[in-house]
Write a protein that binds this ligand. Structure first.
Ligand SMILES: NC(=O)C1=CN([C@@H]2O[C@H](COP(=O)(O)OP(=O)(O)OC[C@H]3O[C@@H](n4cnc5c(N)ncnc54)[C@H](OP(=O)(O)O)[C@@H]3O)[C@@H](O)[C@H]2O)C=CC1
Ligand SMILES: CC(=O)C(=O)O
Ligand SMILES: [Mg+2]
Length: 422
Protein backbone atom coordinates (compact mmCIF):
# COMPACT_ATOMS: atom_id res chain seq x y z
CA UNK A 1 0.00 0.00 0.00
CA UNK A 2 1.20 3.54 -0.68
CA UNK A 3 2.07 5.77 2.30
CA UNK A 4 -0.92 8.02 1.61
CA UNK A 5 -3.35 5.13 1.31
CA UNK A 6 -2.18 3.58 4.59
CA UNK A 7 -2.18 6.93 6.36
CA UNK A 8 -5.64 7.84 5.04
CA UNK A 9 -7.21 4.54 6.14
CA UNK A 10 -5.52 4.78 9.55
CA UNK A 11 -6.70 8.40 9.93
CA UNK A 12 -10.29 7.34 9.33
CA UNK A 13 -10.12 4.26 11.57
CA UNK A 14 -8.15 5.43 14.63
CA UNK A 15 -8.43 6.26 17.50
CA UNK A 16 -12.17 5.90 16.84
CA UNK A 17 -13.97 5.30 13.55
CA UNK A 18 -14.97 8.33 11.46
CA UNK A 19 -14.21 12.04 11.71
CA UNK A 20 -17.18 13.64 13.48
CA UNK A 21 -19.06 13.34 16.75
CA UNK A 22 -21.88 15.24 18.44
CA UNK A 23 -20.88 17.61 21.22
CA UNK A 24 -22.91 19.05 24.09
CA UNK A 25 -23.36 22.80 24.32
CA UNK A 26 -25.09 23.05 27.72
CA UNK A 27 -24.21 21.96 31.27
CA UNK A 28 -25.28 18.41 32.21
CA UNK A 29 -23.53 17.95 35.57
CA UNK A 30 -26.51 18.04 37.93
CA UNK A 31 -30.05 16.72 38.26
CA UNK A 32 -31.22 20.29 37.80
CA UNK A 33 -29.32 20.54 34.49
CA UNK A 34 -31.00 17.33 33.30
CA UNK A 35 -34.43 18.59 34.32
CA UNK A 36 -33.80 21.60 32.08
CA UNK A 37 -32.25 19.67 29.19
CA UNK A 38 -34.89 16.98 29.16
CA UNK A 39 -38.13 16.24 31.01
CA UNK A 40 -39.73 18.29 32.43
CA UNK A 41 -37.91 21.45 31.21
CA UNK A 42 -37.74 20.47 27.56
CA UNK A 43 -41.54 20.79 27.38
CA UNK A 44 -41.23 24.57 27.56
CA UNK A 45 -39.40 25.08 24.23
CA UNK A 46 -41.63 22.40 22.71
CA UNK A 47 -44.71 24.46 23.60
CA UNK A 48 -43.08 27.65 22.35
CA UNK A 49 -42.10 26.14 19.00
CA UNK A 50 -45.54 24.57 18.68
CA UNK A 51 -46.93 28.07 19.04
CA UNK A 52 -44.39 29.76 16.75
CA UNK A 53 -42.14 27.59 14.49
CA UNK A 54 -39.64 30.47 14.11
CA UNK A 55 -38.68 29.90 17.74
CA UNK A 56 -36.92 26.69 16.68
CA UNK A 57 -34.09 29.04 15.75
CA UNK A 58 -34.01 30.34 19.33
CA UNK A 59 -34.37 27.12 21.27
CA UNK A 60 -32.70 24.45 19.10
CA UNK A 61 -29.55 24.04 17.03
CA UNK A 62 -31.50 24.42 13.76
CA UNK A 63 -30.02 27.81 12.84
CA UNK A 64 -26.43 26.55 12.86
CA UNK A 65 -27.11 23.08 11.47
CA UNK A 66 -26.58 22.10 7.85
CA UNK A 67 -27.43 18.73 6.32
CA UNK A 68 -24.80 17.44 3.93
CA UNK A 69 -26.81 15.03 1.82
CA UNK A 70 -25.78 12.65 -0.94
CA UNK A 71 -27.12 9.73 -2.92
CA UNK A 72 -23.58 8.69 -3.79
CA UNK A 73 -24.08 8.84 -7.56
CA UNK A 74 -21.00 11.00 -8.34
CA UNK A 75 -18.58 10.67 -5.43
CA UNK A 76 -15.71 13.06 -6.22
CA UNK A 77 -14.40 11.75 -9.57
CA UNK A 78 -14.83 8.14 -8.42
CA UNK A 79 -18.29 7.74 -9.92
CA UNK A 80 -21.45 6.05 -8.66
CA UNK A 81 -20.32 3.95 -5.71
CA UNK A 82 -23.59 4.27 -3.83
CA UNK A 83 -24.72 6.25 -0.79
CA UNK A 84 -22.83 4.38 1.92
CA UNK A 85 -19.48 4.79 0.13
CA UNK A 86 -20.11 8.53 0.02
CA UNK A 87 -20.17 8.76 3.84
CA UNK A 88 -16.43 9.53 4.31
CA UNK A 89 -16.77 12.46 1.91
CA UNK A 90 -19.93 13.74 3.60
CA UNK A 91 -18.27 13.45 7.02
CA UNK A 92 -15.30 15.25 5.47
CA UNK A 93 -17.52 18.11 4.33
CA UNK A 94 -18.80 18.21 7.92
CA UNK A 95 -15.24 18.54 9.18
CA UNK A 96 -14.60 21.47 6.84
CA UNK A 97 -17.89 23.21 7.70
CA UNK A 98 -17.06 23.01 11.40
CA UNK A 99 -13.32 23.72 11.22
CA UNK A 100 -13.55 26.72 8.92
CA UNK A 101 -16.94 28.24 9.71
CA UNK A 102 -18.26 26.77 12.97
CA UNK A 103 -21.25 25.24 11.18
CA UNK A 104 -22.62 22.00 12.65
CA UNK A 105 -23.37 19.22 10.19
CA UNK A 106 -25.35 16.02 10.07
CA UNK A 107 -24.20 13.95 7.12
CA UNK A 108 -27.06 12.05 5.53
CA UNK A 109 -26.65 9.34 2.92
CA UNK A 110 -29.90 8.51 1.13
CA UNK A 111 -30.55 5.16 -0.53
CA UNK A 112 -33.15 6.43 -2.99
CA UNK A 113 -34.56 4.41 -5.87
CA UNK A 114 -35.29 7.54 -7.94
CA UNK A 115 -34.66 11.29 -7.97
CA UNK A 116 -38.27 11.78 -6.82
CA UNK A 117 -37.73 9.45 -3.84
CA UNK A 118 -34.59 11.43 -2.96
CA UNK A 119 -36.47 14.73 -3.21
CA UNK A 120 -39.30 13.42 -1.03
CA UNK A 121 -36.89 12.14 1.61
CA UNK A 122 -34.93 15.38 1.80
CA UNK A 123 -38.07 17.50 1.84
CA UNK A 124 -39.48 15.52 4.78
CA UNK A 125 -36.40 16.00 6.95
CA UNK A 126 -35.60 19.54 5.84
CA UNK A 127 -37.29 21.24 8.82
CA UNK A 128 -34.53 19.91 11.06
CA UNK A 129 -31.94 22.13 9.43
CA UNK A 130 -30.95 25.73 8.80
CA UNK A 131 -29.64 24.80 5.35
CA UNK A 132 -29.10 21.89 2.97
CA UNK A 133 -25.86 21.20 1.15
CA UNK A 134 -26.46 18.65 -1.60
CA UNK A 135 -23.28 16.78 -2.52
CA UNK A 136 -21.95 14.39 -5.13
CA UNK A 137 -25.21 13.82 -7.00
CA UNK A 138 -24.67 13.18 -10.68
CA UNK A 139 -25.96 15.20 -13.60
CA UNK A 140 -28.48 15.61 -15.03
CA UNK A 141 -30.58 14.40 -12.05
CA UNK A 142 -28.87 16.92 -9.72
CA UNK A 143 -30.39 19.88 -11.57
CA UNK A 144 -34.00 18.78 -11.13
CA UNK A 145 -33.37 17.61 -7.56
CA UNK A 146 -31.95 20.98 -6.57
CA UNK A 147 -34.67 22.93 -8.40
CA UNK A 148 -37.46 20.97 -6.73
CA UNK A 149 -35.94 21.25 -3.25
CA UNK A 150 -35.32 25.00 -3.57
CA UNK A 151 -38.96 25.35 -4.50
CA UNK A 152 -40.25 23.15 -1.69
CA UNK A 153 -37.98 24.20 1.21
CA UNK A 154 -37.88 27.56 2.96
CA UNK A 155 -34.19 27.22 3.88
CA UNK A 156 -31.16 27.57 1.58
CA UNK A 157 -30.60 24.50 -0.61
CA UNK A 158 -27.27 24.54 -2.43
CA UNK A 159 -25.73 21.84 -4.58
CA UNK A 160 -22.10 22.40 -3.74
CA UNK A 161 -20.62 20.56 -6.73
CA UNK A 162 -22.50 22.98 -8.93
CA UNK A 163 -22.31 26.34 -7.22
CA UNK A 164 -19.47 25.99 -4.72
CA UNK A 165 -17.23 24.77 -7.52
CA UNK A 166 -18.41 27.48 -9.91
CA UNK A 167 -17.79 30.25 -7.39
CA UNK A 168 -14.25 29.12 -6.60
CA UNK A 169 -13.45 28.40 -10.25
CA UNK A 170 -14.64 31.87 -11.26
CA UNK A 171 -12.52 33.53 -8.58
CA UNK A 172 -9.38 31.63 -9.60
CA UNK A 173 -10.11 32.12 -13.28
CA UNK A 174 -10.44 35.90 -13.04
CA UNK A 175 -7.06 36.05 -11.30
CA UNK A 176 -5.38 33.56 -13.64
CA UNK A 177 -6.60 35.51 -16.67
CA UNK A 178 -5.31 38.75 -15.18
CA UNK A 179 -1.89 37.18 -14.63
CA UNK A 180 -1.91 35.74 -18.18
CA UNK A 181 -2.85 39.18 -19.55
CA UNK A 182 -6.14 37.90 -20.99
CA UNK A 183 -9.81 38.86 -20.69
CA UNK A 184 -12.70 36.54 -19.85
CA UNK A 185 -14.69 38.13 -22.68
CA UNK A 186 -12.11 36.95 -25.24
CA UNK A 187 -10.97 33.68 -23.67
CA UNK A 188 -11.36 30.45 -25.65
CA UNK A 189 -12.40 27.93 -23.01
CA UNK A 190 -12.33 24.15 -23.18
CA UNK A 191 -14.40 22.47 -20.47
CA UNK A 192 -13.82 18.74 -20.16
CA UNK A 193 -16.90 17.34 -18.46
CA UNK A 194 -20.53 18.32 -18.96
CA UNK A 195 -21.95 17.31 -15.60
CA UNK A 196 -22.98 19.04 -12.38
CA UNK A 197 -19.76 20.97 -11.82
CA UNK A 198 -18.96 21.69 -15.47
CA UNK A 199 -22.39 23.03 -16.44
CA UNK A 200 -22.55 25.28 -13.39
CA UNK A 201 -18.98 26.55 -13.81
CA UNK A 202 -19.59 27.47 -17.42
CA UNK A 203 -22.93 29.10 -16.57
CA UNK A 204 -21.27 31.31 -13.95
CA UNK A 205 -18.32 32.21 -16.20
CA UNK A 206 -20.82 33.09 -18.95
CA UNK A 207 -22.80 35.28 -16.55
CA UNK A 208 -19.56 37.05 -15.65
CA UNK A 209 -18.59 37.80 -19.25
CA UNK A 210 -17.33 34.66 -21.03
CA UNK A 211 -18.89 34.18 -24.48
CA UNK A 212 -20.86 30.94 -24.83
CA UNK A 213 -19.65 30.67 -28.44
CA UNK A 214 -16.06 30.64 -27.10
CA UNK A 215 -16.78 27.67 -24.81
CA UNK A 216 -16.20 24.11 -26.03
CA UNK A 217 -17.78 21.66 -23.64
CA UNK A 218 -16.80 18.03 -23.97
CA UNK A 219 -18.42 14.87 -22.62
CA UNK A 220 -17.67 11.19 -23.18
CA UNK A 221 -18.97 11.48 -26.77
CA UNK A 222 -16.71 14.43 -27.63
CA UNK A 223 -17.45 18.09 -28.29
CA UNK A 224 -20.96 19.23 -27.38
CA UNK A 225 -22.01 20.70 -30.74
CA UNK A 226 -25.25 21.75 -32.37
CA UNK A 227 -25.37 18.69 -34.66
CA UNK A 228 -25.77 16.25 -31.77
CA UNK A 229 -29.13 14.69 -31.02
CA UNK A 230 -28.13 13.02 -27.73
CA UNK A 231 -27.82 16.16 -25.58
CA UNK A 232 -29.88 16.81 -22.48
CA UNK A 233 -31.24 20.36 -22.08
CA UNK A 234 -28.33 21.40 -19.82
CA UNK A 235 -25.65 20.36 -22.29
CA UNK A 236 -27.69 21.73 -25.21
CA UNK A 237 -27.35 25.24 -23.77
CA UNK A 238 -23.61 24.94 -24.52
CA UNK A 239 -23.88 23.32 -27.95
CA UNK A 240 -21.71 25.29 -30.37
CA UNK A 241 -21.88 25.50 -34.14
CA UNK A 242 -18.47 24.01 -34.87
CA UNK A 243 -16.65 21.38 -36.87
CA UNK A 244 -14.50 20.49 -33.83
CA UNK A 245 -15.28 16.99 -32.59
CA UNK A 246 -12.54 15.88 -30.17
CA UNK A 247 -10.75 17.24 -27.13
CA UNK A 248 -7.62 17.71 -29.23
CA UNK A 249 -9.60 19.69 -31.84
CA UNK A 250 -11.00 21.95 -29.13
CA UNK A 251 -7.62 22.49 -27.45
CA UNK A 252 -6.10 24.03 -30.61
CA UNK A 253 -5.31 27.63 -29.61
CA UNK A 254 -7.43 27.48 -26.42
CA UNK A 255 -6.61 29.91 -23.59
CA UNK A 256 -8.25 27.91 -20.81
CA UNK A 257 -8.79 24.26 -19.94
CA UNK A 258 -11.22 23.47 -17.11
CA UNK A 259 -11.30 19.79 -16.17
CA UNK A 260 -14.36 18.57 -14.24
CA UNK A 261 -14.38 15.03 -15.53
CA UNK A 262 -11.93 12.31 -14.49
CA UNK A 263 -8.27 11.38 -14.05
CA UNK A 264 -5.50 11.75 -16.64
CA UNK A 265 -7.66 12.83 -19.57
CA UNK A 266 -5.48 15.76 -20.71
CA UNK A 267 -2.28 14.61 -22.42
CA UNK A 268 0.99 16.48 -22.84
CA UNK A 269 0.24 16.64 -26.59
CA UNK A 270 -3.13 18.21 -25.86
CA UNK A 271 -1.57 20.82 -23.58
CA UNK A 272 0.97 21.68 -26.28
CA UNK A 273 -1.90 22.67 -28.58
CA UNK A 274 -3.05 25.46 -26.29
CA UNK A 275 -2.25 29.17 -26.74
CA UNK A 276 0.58 30.99 -24.91
CA UNK A 277 0.21 31.23 -21.12
CA UNK A 278 -2.41 28.48 -21.01
CA UNK A 279 -4.58 28.26 -17.90
CA UNK A 280 -5.19 24.69 -16.79
CA UNK A 281 -7.65 23.97 -13.96
CA UNK A 282 -7.48 20.18 -13.63
CA UNK A 283 -10.09 19.92 -10.89
CA UNK A 284 -11.05 16.26 -10.89
CA UNK A 285 -10.63 14.67 -7.45
CA UNK A 286 -8.66 12.94 -6.23
CA UNK A 287 -6.70 12.57 -9.48
CA UNK A 288 -6.59 15.57 -11.81
CA UNK A 289 -7.00 15.51 -15.60
CA UNK A 290 -3.25 16.18 -15.83
CA UNK A 291 -0.69 16.16 -13.03
CA UNK A 292 1.07 19.44 -12.26
CA UNK A 293 4.38 17.58 -12.78
CA UNK A 294 3.47 16.64 -16.35
CA UNK A 295 1.93 20.03 -17.11
CA UNK A 296 5.00 21.96 -15.92
CA UNK A 297 7.36 19.53 -17.68
CA UNK A 298 5.39 20.07 -20.90
CA UNK A 299 5.15 23.85 -20.82
CA UNK A 300 6.92 26.47 -18.73
CA UNK A 301 4.22 29.08 -19.38
CA UNK A 302 1.30 27.11 -17.90
CA UNK A 303 -0.77 28.52 -15.02
CA UNK A 304 -1.80 25.37 -13.23
CA UNK A 305 -4.42 24.58 -10.59
CA UNK A 306 -5.90 21.36 -9.23
CA UNK A 307 -8.62 20.45 -6.74
CA UNK A 308 -6.03 19.01 -4.33
CA UNK A 309 -4.51 20.48 -1.21
CA UNK A 310 -1.01 19.13 -1.86
CA UNK A 311 -0.19 21.39 -4.83
CA UNK A 312 -0.24 25.20 -5.24
CA UNK A 313 -3.52 26.77 -6.45
CA UNK A 314 -6.19 24.55 -4.95
CA UNK A 315 -9.38 25.30 -6.86
CA UNK A 316 -11.78 23.41 -4.65
CA UNK A 317 -15.21 24.17 -3.28
CA UNK A 318 -13.79 24.03 0.27
CA UNK A 319 -13.07 27.74 -0.29
CA UNK A 320 -16.76 28.35 -0.79
CA UNK A 321 -19.37 26.28 1.03
CA UNK A 322 -18.29 26.84 4.68
CA UNK A 323 -18.23 30.62 4.33
CA UNK A 324 -21.23 30.91 2.02
CA UNK A 325 -23.45 28.95 4.41
CA UNK A 326 -22.02 30.90 7.37
CA UNK A 327 -23.10 34.18 5.79
CA UNK A 328 -26.46 32.80 4.67
CA UNK A 329 -27.26 31.29 8.09
CA UNK A 330 -26.27 34.41 9.99
CA UNK A 331 -28.77 36.60 8.15
CA UNK A 332 -31.19 33.65 7.88
CA UNK A 333 -31.36 33.94 4.11
CA UNK A 334 -34.24 32.03 2.53
CA UNK A 335 -32.11 31.09 -0.49
CA UNK A 336 -28.56 31.44 -1.81
CA UNK A 337 -29.12 33.58 -4.89
CA UNK A 338 -26.91 34.56 -7.83
CA UNK A 339 -25.89 37.84 -6.22
CA UNK A 340 -24.66 36.00 -3.13
CA UNK A 341 -22.68 33.59 -5.31
CA UNK A 342 -21.04 36.39 -7.29
CA UNK A 343 -20.29 38.31 -4.08
CA UNK A 344 -18.49 35.21 -2.76
CA UNK A 345 -16.52 34.80 -5.99
CA UNK A 346 -15.39 38.43 -5.99
CA UNK A 347 -14.44 38.30 -2.31
CA UNK A 348 -12.28 35.24 -3.00
CA UNK A 349 -10.73 36.88 -6.06
CA UNK A 350 -9.84 40.00 -4.10
CA UNK A 351 -8.49 38.18 -1.05
CA UNK A 352 -5.82 36.51 -3.20
CA UNK A 353 -4.37 39.96 -3.91
CA UNK A 354 -3.86 40.92 -0.27
CA UNK A 355 -0.57 40.27 1.57
CA UNK A 356 -0.62 36.79 3.10
CA UNK A 357 -0.19 36.54 6.91
CA UNK A 358 2.77 34.57 8.28
CA UNK A 359 0.47 32.02 9.97
CA UNK A 360 -0.99 31.04 6.59
CA UNK A 361 2.48 30.59 5.07
CA UNK A 362 3.51 28.54 8.10
CA UNK A 363 0.47 26.25 7.72
CA UNK A 364 1.63 25.48 4.19
CA UNK A 365 5.31 25.27 5.13
CA UNK A 366 6.43 28.08 2.81
CA UNK A 367 8.31 31.30 3.57
CA UNK A 368 5.97 33.54 1.63
CA UNK A 369 2.99 33.61 -0.71
CA UNK A 370 2.08 36.43 -3.02
CA UNK A 371 -0.34 36.99 -5.87
CA UNK A 372 1.06 35.35 -9.00
CA UNK A 373 1.20 32.13 -11.01
CA UNK A 374 1.64 29.93 -7.95
CA UNK A 375 -0.91 31.80 -5.85
CA UNK A 376 -4.06 32.72 -7.76
CA UNK A 377 -6.55 31.84 -5.03
CA UNK A 378 -6.54 32.03 -1.21
CA UNK A 379 -5.56 29.04 0.90
CA UNK A 380 -8.31 27.24 2.86
CA UNK A 381 -6.38 27.79 6.12
CA UNK A 382 -6.60 31.58 5.69
CA UNK A 383 -8.66 32.87 8.64
CA UNK A 384 -9.66 35.94 6.62
CA UNK A 385 -12.00 33.80 4.50
CA UNK A 386 -14.67 33.79 7.19
CA UNK A 387 -14.24 37.53 7.63
CA UNK A 388 -14.49 38.51 3.99
CA UNK A 389 -16.48 35.83 2.20
CA UNK A 390 -19.19 35.37 4.84
CA UNK A 391 -19.50 39.15 5.13
CA UNK A 392 -19.87 39.59 1.36
CA UNK A 393 -22.51 36.85 1.21
CA UNK A 394 -24.49 38.24 4.16
CA UNK A 395 -24.43 41.75 2.69
CA UNK A 396 -25.55 40.48 -0.73
CA UNK A 397 -28.43 38.58 0.90
CA UNK A 398 -29.53 41.73 2.72
CA UNK A 399 -29.19 43.92 -0.38
CA UNK A 400 -31.23 41.53 -2.52
CA UNK A 401 -34.01 41.13 0.05
CA UNK A 402 -33.62 37.41 0.80
CA UNK A 403 -32.28 37.91 4.35
CA UNK A 404 -34.78 37.74 7.19
CA UNK A 405 -32.40 39.10 9.83
CA UNK A 406 -30.42 42.37 9.79
CA UNK A 407 -26.64 42.62 9.40
CA UNK A 408 -25.32 40.68 12.42
CA UNK A 409 -23.84 42.62 15.36
CA UNK A 410 -20.80 40.30 15.46
CA UNK A 411 -19.95 40.89 11.76
CA UNK A 412 -17.50 40.94 10.13
CA UNK A 413 -16.39 37.82 12.00
CA UNK A 414 -12.73 37.90 13.03
CA UNK A 415 -12.51 34.15 13.32
CA UNK A 416 -14.56 31.02 13.76
CA UNK A 417 -14.46 31.64 17.54
CA UNK A 418 -16.56 34.77 16.97
CA UNK A 419 -19.57 32.90 15.60
CA UNK A 420 -21.53 32.87 18.85
CA UNK A 421 -20.01 36.08 20.26
CA UNK A 422 -22.67 38.52 21.40
N1 LIG B 1 -12.30 20.78 -7.41
C1 LIG B 1 -13.55 20.85 -7.02
O1 LIG B 1 -13.92 21.68 -6.17
C2 LIG B 1 -14.56 19.94 -7.59
C3 LIG B 1 -14.23 18.96 -8.47
N2 LIG B 1 -15.18 18.16 -9.01
C4 LIG B 1 -14.74 17.10 -9.89
O2 LIG B 1 -15.42 17.18 -11.13
C5 LIG B 1 -15.65 15.88 -11.63
C6 LIG B 1 -17.11 15.74 -12.05
O3 LIG B 1 -17.96 15.85 -10.93
P1 LIG B 1 -19.53 16.09 -11.12
O4 LIG B 1 -19.77 17.18 -12.08
O5 LIG B 1 -20.08 16.19 -9.76
O6 LIG B 1 -19.98 14.68 -11.76
P2 LIG B 1 -21.07 14.36 -12.90
O7 LIG B 1 -21.24 12.89 -12.84
O8 LIG B 1 -22.25 15.22 -12.77
O9 LIG B 1 -20.33 14.74 -14.25
C7 LIG B 1 -19.21 14.05 -14.76
C8 LIG B 1 -18.95 14.56 -16.15
O10 LIG B 1 -17.66 14.13 -16.55
C9 LIG B 1 -17.77 13.63 -17.86
N3 LIG B 1 -16.72 12.62 -18.10
C10 LIG B 1 -16.37 11.58 -17.33
N4 LIG B 1 -15.39 10.88 -17.92
C11 LIG B 1 -15.13 11.49 -19.10
C12 LIG B 1 -14.26 11.24 -20.17
N5 LIG B 1 -13.43 10.17 -20.15
N6 LIG B 1 -14.25 12.10 -21.21
C13 LIG B 1 -15.09 13.14 -21.25
N7 LIG B 1 -15.95 13.43 -20.26
C14 LIG B 1 -15.98 12.61 -19.20
C15 LIG B 1 -19.15 12.99 -17.94
O11 LIG B 1 -19.53 12.85 -19.29
P3 LIG B 1 -20.99 12.29 -19.74
O12 LIG B 1 -21.94 13.46 -19.53
O13 LIG B 1 -20.81 11.92 -21.16
O14 LIG B 1 -21.28 11.13 -18.84
C16 LIG B 1 -19.97 14.03 -17.18
O15 LIG B 1 -20.39 15.07 -18.02
C17 LIG B 1 -15.19 14.91 -10.54
O16 LIG B 1 -13.91 14.47 -10.86
C18 LIG B 1 -15.12 15.76 -9.30
O17 LIG B 1 -14.12 15.34 -8.39
C19 LIG B 1 -16.51 18.30 -8.70
C20 LIG B 1 -16.90 19.27 -7.82
C21 LIG B 1 -15.94 20.12 -7.15
C1 LIG C 1 -14.53 18.73 -4.11
C2 LIG C 1 -15.76 18.04 -4.50
O1 LIG C 1 -16.83 18.41 -4.04
C3 LIG C 1 -15.69 16.97 -5.45
O2 LIG C 1 -14.63 16.68 -6.00
O3 LIG C 1 -16.76 16.36 -5.71
MG1 LIG D 1 -18.41 16.99 -4.38
Amino acid sequence: MSDLKTAALEYHAQPRPGKLSVELTKPTATARDLSLAYSPGVAEPVREIGRDPELAYRYTGKGNLVAVISDGTAILGLGNLGPLASKPVMEGKGVLFKRFAGVDVFDIEVDAESPQAFIDTVKRISITFGGINLEDIKAPECFEIERALIEQCDIPVFHDDQHGTAIVTAAGMLNALEIAGKRLEDAKIVCLGAGAAAISCMRLLASMGAKVENIYMIDRQGVVHSGRSDLNQYKAAFATETSKRTLDDALEGADVFVGLSGPNLLSAEGLKRMAANPIVFACSNPDPEITPELAHATRDDVIMATGRSDYPNQVNNVLGFPFIFRGALDVRARVINEEMKIAAALALRDLAKLPVPKEVCAAYNVDSLSFGREYIIPKPMDARLITLVSDAVAKAAIETGVATLPYPANYPLKSVDDVFAK
